[in-house]
Design a protein around this ligand. Sequence first.
Ligand code: BES
Ligand code: MN
Ligand code: ZN
Length: 520
Amino acid sequence: MHRTFIALALASAAITPAFGQADVIGSGVSPSAAAHSQTRPISFSATVPTSGALVIMMRNSTLPTDIVDMTTAQALNAAIAAAKFEGKEGTSLSLRGIGSYARIVLTGTGEEGDRVTNIRNASGKAAQDLRDESQPVSITGGLNQDEAAAAALGYAMGQYRFDRYKTVDRKTPPTNPVLIVSNDAQGADSLWKSRHSALAEGVSLSRDLTNEPANVIYPETFVERVRAAFGNTANVKIEVLDEPMMRKLGMGTLVGVGQGSRRPSRLMLVEYRGGADGAPLAMVGKGITFDSGGTSLKPGAGMWEMKADMSGAANIMGAVLSLAKSKAQVNVIGVAALSENMPGGNAQRPGDVVRTMSGKTIEILNTDAEGRLVMADANEYVIANKKPGALVNMATLTGSIVGALNDEYAGLFSRDDRLAAAVVAAGTATGEEVWRMPLHKNYLDDMKSDIADIKNVVEGGGPGAGLGATFVGFFVDKAVPWAHLDIAGVNWADKAGPVTPKGASGWGVQLLDALARNWR
Ligand code: BES
Ligand code: MN
Ligand code: ZN
């Protein structure tokens, strides 16, 4: 009683009490309270401005007609010829002081592939090329409603920035508006406001969660950030299980992986009911907020990248945010299996046996194969409690998938051809491509444990990504269509891509958004 009184008095005087130190996890000093620098607001117009910085989308070397005046067109055609500019995807030609414009950037879309995707990508590249442009920016090139909205999405994704920790010489890039020109400016504007802007928000949420260091994002703060992002969005229900609740339910893998950390595990469920009938699509993501490997400690070089080991969960929350904010007529449940894998004194040891909430037992031969462990309890929980019509997993599960597919594709594992086809289609449509990998029945034999139902690794490795997927599938009711995406190769951009500045890519938000809209 007396002690509480003193603590309260000191807290209200904003003094950290010395005897309260035992309650502080980490240093207790947050690295920043700042926000990222502002980005350009996006709007639409039916007419092409006659000044500022103009981006023209080019399919080939032919300038689209009726965009600029005759003398400007002549100068541009001379520049196109002199530079041998062919409008190829990923190329651009930047010119200064042409006609009444301070700058004209010809940006190639190419002619092959999906036009809308090409325009999204070219616009994302333009956003990165024009990051420091102080002039107002406009984008044109005969864009119809869908293309203009895609250009807005690409621009929003391309101009994403994560700079809130820069305090020395932080250059604040210009925040002049970007104007997208379309013959259906109103239609594009309403498509952007009602749908694509929500998708951009979902991608930003995922990237923010993933780029944040692990001293800032851990299970509890992941939950807080996601709650804040949803605010009071309609038809959304959030449930969070803490450790005592999970222990009571016998969720030995989720609590077990977190037991070596001072940061307690969480299971977060975000349910969005968009009015459709039928069972929800469940999406379960790996949310390891830092993967040190645990007792089976990882080598030091590159270990920092394991702050991104929660990107599966982040992408899923981003996709649910997009669906909910755009009022999509779908029912989805996003689940984040949140733990920090650390080698503390109470950490799991190789050889430990744990059990999941269904009672299945696991011999842990390597504590670094922790993603599959947390996925087991999370999948069992959502199947038992939410009766989903289908289940999609997304996880940075194995280094093995990086060796197989690098960052060109995510690995798709599925026991259900119809669901697999829908995932492939969503990947193709969004440019987040997947490649289907095998789940041979021998893999499960290989994973038999001598003393438990299953072991979490096969010594000597073998087909690592397939073994990991097989392990996860062992805990999924065979009656539920199930697909697992191993995103270890695509979740982080070592160098910038068209719509992906360096860092967390948010890969999968668009795919899951498309899948949920088309799956039934
Ligand atoms: N989070 C890693 C997988 C990973 C590796 C993601 C590289 C991104 C980049 C995962 O938890 C892990 O450590 N997997 C092990 C499994 C092994 C012990 C069977 C791996 O891939 O080495
Ligand atoms: Mn690991
Ligand atoms: Zn991991």
